[in-house]
Write a protein that binds this ligand. Structure first.
Ligand SMILES: O=C(O)CCC(=O)C(=O)O
Ligand SMILES: [Fe+2]
Length: 203
């Protein structure tokens, strides 16, 4: 784990994003996937919105996933184990990158077949406190033909953008600075399951 945490800090420090394969082992990933599937079957997921508060809107032409927010006061055993790991990432980023991260919020996300999330930034005027995005993919399998990649737009020194596509491979973790990396989820051909969250500079 220490070695993985070092790689996360190094990636964030040097290029504002990092992709870590096998961040969780198969047993843990599978347990998260099963829990997510169970919550889905119980009808607990809701269509994801964009914006917050008064500005909150369901805009299926922008994003068409469904989410279930985790409740910090009511975490399952498994969820709190995942939170612990995110807590370790937080501490490492504070120690090595001085980001002043204080808390975490996160949700399970499910992208039904054909769904997507158009290009956006996770940090914007309504949520300036979202500093670091942390995504874990929990599907059992994923292949090229399933599509549904996370596309990140990386700003280059010459003013252009470089595209980086990452498939939601089982156990893969993606971490990036929420205010620096525009990104999108390309349309998926298979149901796509993940846990997405944000490390915040407020409590
Ligand atoms: O699932 C992903 O790869 C990205 C999700 C995302 O961009 C978001 O929920 O803000
Ligand atoms: Fe996002």
């Amino acid at each position: 784990m220490e070695e993985l945490l070092d790689r996360i800090a190094e990636g964030i420090y040097s290029q504002s994003y990092v992709v870590i394969d096998n961040f969780v082992d198969e047993i843990f990933r599978k347990a998260l996937f099963d829990e997510q599937t169970d919550l889905l079957e119980k009808g607990k997921f809701r269509k994801a919105a964009i914006g917050i508060g008064e500005q909150k809107q369901i805009r299926p032409e922008i994003r068409s996933d469904e989410v279930l927010w985790m409740d910090a006061d009511n975490l399952s055993l498994l969820q709190s184990e995942y939170w612990n790991r995110v807590e370790q990432i937080k501490q490492m980023l504070n120690r090595r990158c001085y980001l002043g991260l204080k808390s975490y919020e996160g949700h399970f996300a499910r992208y039904p077949i054909g769904s997507f999330y158009k290009r956006h930034l996770d940090q914007f005027h309504q949520v300036p406190y979202r500093e670091v995005t942390v995504i874990l993919y929990v599907n059992d399998t994923w292949s090229e033909e399933d599509e549904g990649a996370l596309r990140m737009y990386i700003h280059q020194e010459d003013g252009t953008e470089r595209i980086e596509d990452y498939l939601p491979l089982p156990g893969r973790l993606v971490v990036f600075l929420s205010g620096e990396i525009p990104h999108e989820v390309l349309p998926t051909k298979k149901e796509r399951n993940s846990i997405t969250g944000w490390l915040k500079t407020i409590d």
